[in-house]
Design a protein around this ligand. Structure first.
Ligand SMILES: [Zn+2]
Length: 231
């Protein structure tokens, strides 16, 4: 990616982003590369699109909105507005629950939304090559993978096979919780752990965040209410 172009242009106005102060940036990732349509999707813009999309989904007024550059054929590239790390649970479809059309979200999924090298590589690709400024690590209510880890840390046997790897990824988040915690608390703790691991395990993503080019948030999705809560 052309870092100079990404850092110093703000769309057709051509305003120099370099003149903006870190205080102005706050927690937002404001350095974003203009797309073919001239729009700039900062993390604040992406968060707004995710929030209003989920509001449509939860109120059952979904329209499958698209923010992809208008008039640009899909075969010419992709400009997703955010990357989502989600559980593979069949009831949790990120494109659907954020009410977005194809080519809008870069989604990485596995059981328990855990962070491993393949997930990190996918996220680094999304940030470095697709210009993504927002990553959401999202768990969900009643997660079977979290329940499996919960069963093990309360004295049960390991599930066996490669499911053990998932349990090993999730368990540290649960061990830090007080005795008697709820499954909702466990799901939130696991999502926060994934959020934090993205930064601590990837120097490339940590650097992007330090430069004001990336924001990473945790979230949980409630299957019964259809609502996403950002952590
Ligand atoms: Zn799950």
């Amino acid at each position: 990616m052309d870092l100079d172009r990404r850092k110093f242009l703000l769309g057709s106005a051509g305003v120099a982003a370099a003149t903006l102060t870190p205080m102005w940036l706050g927690a937002d990732a404001a350095f974003a590369e203009p797309r073919p349509d001239g729009k700039i999707i900062t993390s604040a813009v992406a968060m707004k699109y995710l929030r209003i999309g989920n509001a449509r989904w939860s109120s059952k007024t979904a329209v499958r909105k698209s923010y992809a550059p208008a008039g640009v054929p899909l075969e010419e590239g992709q400009w997703p507005i955010a990357a989502i790390v989600s559980c593979a649970d069949s009831r949790v479809q990120p494109d659907e629950l954020f009410d977005l059309a194809p080519a809008n979200l870069f989604v990485v999924r596995n059981a328990g939304n855990v962070i491993d090298d393949d997930v990190l590589g996918s996220l680094e690709y999304a940030v470095e090559h697709l210009g993504v400024t927002l990553i959401v690590a999202m768990g969900h209510s009643g997660c079977g993978a979290v329940k499996a880890a919960e069963a093990v840390i309360t004295g049960g046997k390991m599930p066996g096979g490669h499911v053990d790897a998932l349990v090993n990824h999730i368990s540290p988040a649960l061990k830090a919780l007080p005795v008697g915690h709820s499954i909702d608390q466990a799901v939130a703790a696991n999502a926060k752990q994934s959020r934090d691991l993205i930064l601590s395990e990837s120097s490339m993503l940590e650097e992007a965040k330090a430069k004001g080019e990336l924001r990473i948030v945790g979230a949980t999705y409630s299957i019964p209410t259809r609502k996403v809560a950002f952590l």
